[in-house]
Design a protein around this ligand. Structure first.
Ligand SMILES: [Zn+2]
Length: 156
């Protein structure tokens, strides 16, 4: 027996698929060949340290656990939660911005109208105009925040 054949026999032997006659031939070669003896010892050690496939498959509740992990309620909920939550948060944020902008516009327009009608709080009007920088909004390009603000206020 040559080493090539011996190494093929080694793996067959460790898989318990080697005939008795071939096993004896292999033993004979291994006794006389240090290289194949080392290979046999190494392969045996690797197989001892690996858990046998049958042990993994027959582990109690193994498939039950796998099935529970696939179809169980916990995982889908965990993954769906952010997708349900984010639109709600976005809507709430958008609503808050619209309300805040409306309040801001309403307060400013109201104070401006009252100032013009009463004609007695000129200083307050100028201060408000400087404070809110309305001029910045009036000359805004299309699609900008200023343009959006002007539309909200009913202008163009
Ligand atoms: Zn050999």
């Amino acid at each position: 027996m040559n080493c090539k054949k011996a190494k093929r026999f080694i793996s067959l032997c460790l898989d318990s698929e080697l005939a008795e006659k071939d096993r004896e031939e292999l033993s004979e070669h291994i006794r006389s060949c240090p290289e194949c003896r080392g290979e046999m010892e190494f392969m045996s050690q690797v197989l001892r340290e690996l858990p046998a496939p049958q042990e993994l498959a027959s582990s109690p509740y193994f498939f039950s656990k796998v099935k529970a992990g696939i179809s169980g309620g916990r995982r889908p909920q965990f993954f769906l939660f952010p997708f349900r939550f984010k639109p709600a948060l976005f809507s709430a944020g958008l609503l808050f911005i619209i309300i805040a902008t409306s309040l801001f516009a309403g307060i400013f327009l109201g104070s401006n109208y009252l100032t013009q009608a009463g004609n007695s709080e000129q200083y307050a009007s100028e201060e408000a105009g400087a404070l809110f920088s309305l001029g910045v909004f009036e000359n805004s390009p299309d699609g900008s925040l200023g343009n959006f603000h002007s539309e909200l206020m009913g202008g163009g």
